[in-house]
Design a protein around this ligand. Structure first.
Ligand code: SF4
Ligand code: SF4
Length: 410
């Protein structure tokens, strides 16, 4: 295993991090806990020292399984990263309450890497107003957490603004060869690294789509290369080629993939891809981009929208939906991020056609027209599904509160 250093702290982390968000399932349903525990311990035995979870993964069960996996001396071998869900925070007290509950669930005295989960401009404002910076300072001071960071799916301008608003140690961004100029992108990666932050990467395979069956014209480009790699290996190597990247997270739940990722990680040397290899990747990227519906680069210059639409966010998931039609997850992500489930509503259908955004778009996109298409395609059942999911989330929060009261009274 290769290791990279978080510039600000000197902490040495394995280039491959274990994402504990897609745990193996039993045929009869539910998490196959024994297998999930075996898999993580195997990865740790082979050098992985960073594992990323969140209360939102597997409806709160991921942290519980992780606690079991890290018994028997494994806790000391690994850094735990977990997250504070802004959608469950309504007061400063909630932050302490949720962190206490996580420490109890994880059977640990401290969280090594603590993130604010999926910040956006709106949720960051909300969290700031509720005192999250003071909370993070105090949690670091009394060693409940060691490092503070945030995960992010918004536009580059907002990303930089958040980076500059607190003394973070790290951040977590979506990054892969298709998202070079989408969300935080390469510009955001360099910005964060320039501030000495560790940068953890999520979605290196874009939800597995860059590793799955690819269209014939893309397969031909890979086949023509003198270097033979699987599509997954091309995608991982491209991310690790960037020296600014610290850890690449992979949500592994199959022993074959774990072995393959451990092998690929042995070659995760920065700036090691040749010009010819980079050219093959660029050609594949171009081919994918030709299939995109909206040529939005995610720069964020059109923001903010007076009606509250997250313009680049809506376009990004609309494109993902059409790039990989076999993958249904883009619609669910759209509901979560823009339908008001995990953050305030920001969906395309809110557009009032005022035209303000059009003047600022360097790509000269007809934004309101494209947003109408997005709304038609992505928002079909939103009015029914979002209230149902919100009700589910509310119930989970209440169960969490009751569970904590019991834990304190024990
Ligand atoms: S045209 Fe629509 S998306 Fe653009 S600024 Fe106006 S309301 Fe927002
Ligand atoms: S719609 Fe235009 S201005 Fe807005 S993020 Fe996309 S490319 Fe940038």
């Amino acid at each position: 295993m290769l290791y990279r250093t978080v510039p600000k702290t000197g902490d040495k982390l394995s280039v491959l991090g274990f994402g504990y968000m897609r745990l193996p399932q039993k045929k009869s349903g539910g998490i196959d806990e024994e297998r999930a525990i075996r898999q993580l311990r195997y990865a740790i035995d082979n050098g992985v020292n960073y594992v990323d979870t969140a209360p939102a993964y597997h409806f709160g069960k991921s942290e519980k399984v992780l606690a079991r996996a890290l018994a028997d001396g494994y806790r000391e071998k690994v850094r735990i990263a977990t997250k504070l869900p802004p959608w469950s925070v309504h007061s400063r007290d909630d932050m302490d309450r949720i962190l206490s509950s996580q420490l109890a669930t994880l059977h640990t005295s401290h969280i090594d890497y603590y993130l604010l989960h999926s910040l956006s401009k709106v949720t960051w404002e909300k969290m700031k107003n509720l005192g999250v910076r003071e909370f993070l300072d105090s949690a670091k001071k009394d060693s409940r957490i060691n490092n503070a960071g945030f995960s992010f799916h918004g536009d580059t301008a907002t990303f930089k603004e958040i980076i500059d608003s607190y003394d973070w140690e790290f951040c977590q961004i979506q990054y892969n060869y298709l998202d070079e100029h989408i969300q935080a992108g390469t510009e955001g990666l360099s910005y964060a690294a320039g501030k000495q932050l560790g940068v953890m990467i999520m979605e290196p395979l874009r939800g597995g789509n860059l590793a799955g069956p690819v269209p014939d014209e893309i397969k031909r480009i890979w086949d023509e290369s003198s270097v033979k790699r699987s599509p997954a290996e091309w995608a991982f190597r491209w991310v690790w080629n960037h020296p600014e990247v610290t850890v690449v997270l992979s949500g592994m739940n199959d022993e074959i993939h774990i072995d393959e990722n451990l092998r690929i990680a042995q070659d995760a040397i920065p700036n090691s891809l040749s010009p010819a290899e980079l050219d093959s990747i660029a050609r594949v990227r171009d081919m994918f981009q030709q299939r995109m519906k909206v040529g939005c680069s995610g720069c964020g210059y059109c923001m903010p929208c007076p009606a509250g639409v997250d313009i680049p966010g809506c376009f990004s998931l609309y494109n993902a939906h059409h790039l990989f039609p076999q993958d249904r997850s883009a619609k669910f992500q759209y509901l979560g991020r823009h339908g008001g489930l995990l953050s305030p509503v920001s969906y395309a259908g809110l557009c009032r056609q005022c035209g303000k955004c059009v003047k600022s778009c360097p790509q000269h996109l007809s934004i309101p027209d494209h947003l109408q298409d997005v709304s038609t395609d992505m928002e079909g059942m939103m009015g029914v599904i979002v209230p149902l999911l919100k009700g589910g989330l509310w119930c989970m929060n209440q169960i969490g509160r009751i569970g904590q009261i019991f834990a304190f009274n024990k």
